[in-house]
Design a protein around this ligand. Structure first.
Ligand code: DGL
Length: 266
């Protein structure tokens, strides 16, 4: 039986979706959560839509067995390829994440925005549906962040290889006068310091974490399943199907008392 105490479930192709998870637990500190890091199958970005749907279904089934009351697809690639399938298949609220090109289009002054995302996201019909009307007035420069997710999964945030790839991908966007850069993959917020070094201080970086957290609160309220027990201390479980070292490094700012990281094959 689902109750207000039931956890919110998250999944991503790996550890990057914790950038979203962190925003959600910050805004909703009383919510219990379960996060699946499907690192064994990362990256999703180069897989077919069919494969992404199969993996997304497997992850959702796991979370539903754990009695989750709401699912957050903390992955742009899984959202843009599988959310229609998930919403048609399961009857609980499912929140997805898409590259924030619409908000970027509203603030750009140069009418020129950049999007760094995976191939799977940029090639999806859902991305094109959102991008199409924006393209009438605004130039959207899209780049596949090929190779970045495996580097983040390997904990190589500060490596020369990572900086070299970021320069390769972002340099042309900067040269072409973008004033807003959309991070269209939930792994990329972990590279913001390295991205800043390349793009300088003036280009606005936009990601979806805060917006997703606010949307989650609104949906929980709408369905009357917000956990309102003020005294309750939330419990968080993160399952990862590879070694947890890189994940643990990303979570060093989270108090470990109520967080369990579990290495488990799923
Ligand atoms: N975090 C995923 C996303 O937001 C990474 C995708 C991948 O594994 O390629 O798109």
């Amino acid at each position: 039986m689902i109750s207000n105490n039931s956890p919110i479930g998250f999944f991503d192709s790996g550890i990057g979706g914790t950038s979203i998870w962190k925003e959600v637990i910050k805004l909703l500190p009383h919510e219990n959560t379960i996060y699946l890091s499907d690192s064994k199958n990362a990256p999703y970005g180069g897989k077919s839509a069919k494969e992404i749907i199969t993996l997304s279904k497997k992850n959702t089934d796991f979370l539903l067995k754990e009695n989750c009351k709401l699912i957050i697809v903390a992955c742009n690639t899984a959202t843009t390829n599988a959310i229609s399938f998930l919403r048609a298949t399961y009857h609980i609220p499912i929140i997805g994440i898409e590259p924030a090109i619409k908000p970027a289009s509203l603030i750009t002054k140069t009418n020129n925005i950049g999007v760094l995302a995976t191939k799977g996201t940029l090639n999806s019909a859902l991305f094109e549906k959102t991008a199409h009307p924006i393209r009438k007035n605004i130039r959207i420069q899209e780049t596949h962040g090929e190779g970045l997710v495996p580097l983040i999964e390997a904990g190589k945030l500060n490596s020369e290889e990572t900086s070299a790839l970021l320069s390769l991908y972002l340099g042309p966007m900067v040269a072409n006068n973008i004033d807003s850069l959309v991070l269209g993959c939930t792994h990329y917020p972990y590279l913001i310091p390295q991205i800043r070094e390349i793009i300088g201080p003036d280009i606005k970086i936009i990601d979806s974490g805060e917006a997703v957290a606010k949307q989650t609160k609104a949906i929980l309220l709408k369905h009357q399943i917000l956990n309102i027990e003020e005294k309750h201390t939330a419990n968080h479980r993160i399952y990862i199907n590879t070694k947890k070292n890189a994940l643990t490094a990303l979570l060093k700012d989270i108090p470990s008392r109520h967080l369990k990281i579990i290495e488990q094959n799923f």
